[in-house]
Design a protein around this ligand. Sequence first.
Ligand SMILES: C[S@@+](CC[C@H](N)C(=O)[O-])C[C@H]1O[C@@H](n2cnc3c(N)ncnc32)[C@H](O)[C@@H]1O
Length: 246
Amino acid sequence: MINRDDWFINWFNSKYYHILYKSRNKNEASNFIQTIISTLSLKSNNSVLDLGCGNGRHSISLSNHFKLVHGIDISSENISIANENEKENLKFFISDMRNFDTKIKYEYIFNLFTSFGYFKKNEDNIKVLKSCYNHLNKNGLLFIDFLNSEQIKRTINGLKETKNINGIRFNIHKEIIGDYVIKKIEIKDGEATYNFQEKVQLFKIQDFKKLFEISGFEIISSYGDYQMNPYDPNSSRLILCAKKIS
Ligand SMILES: C[S@@+](CC[C@H](N)C(=O)[O-])C[C@H]1O[C@@H](n2cnc3c(N)ncnc32)[C@H](O)[C@@H]1O
């Protein structure tokens, strides 16, 4: 099922992903996790899963609040960085979110910072949500922190920008093709040039409602940013809290 040509295998395994997104750090993650916990009064005596955990920045913060934290990511590079923080209640696994099996059930599953919408086939999105369903306790909660498609559609088509970070030049071009937002990233590092892309399906809240209905969830609340303000079409994010229904 894993296709080594898929954009998300190459890009998230590259050192340049971490350089481009270096401001998305442990500090930002820790603030967000504390805000989610206090907004929803999450109970600490529980096991939780960080699905698409990357280098583990949210998992580390979660491990300061919850009994047991597992982080799953398909990128071996990310998991080897995350493993530097492994401890008694914090374990990481290389696995595909479409068919993982950690043998335990969680109270909460977190899928954060646009770690959804990467696949070509809708059945793969459903597989992710059904795997979450199977790994949640009765009434367990799934959090999806996603881009706000409504806002993206209005603002980014054709946008070009250049970033210079650590002496590396990132030429970025964003465009919308069909249902997907595509971010092409050309990297100039010394004499070398590399090309990557991100390609994310532009799910709106109504699309998530349908996906959740098929896979046994209902949305119980929605938020529009990392301070957990209410969602509206101009929000910077679409953050959904969905409950497992039996
Ligand atoms: C945008 S990054 C976010 C990482 C992390 N949640 C954070 O906030 O730093 C998306 C992550 O999803 C992971 N990922 C992509 N496809 C995956 C899959 N099929 N199964 C598991 N992880 C996947 C990537 O390797 C990457 O680490």
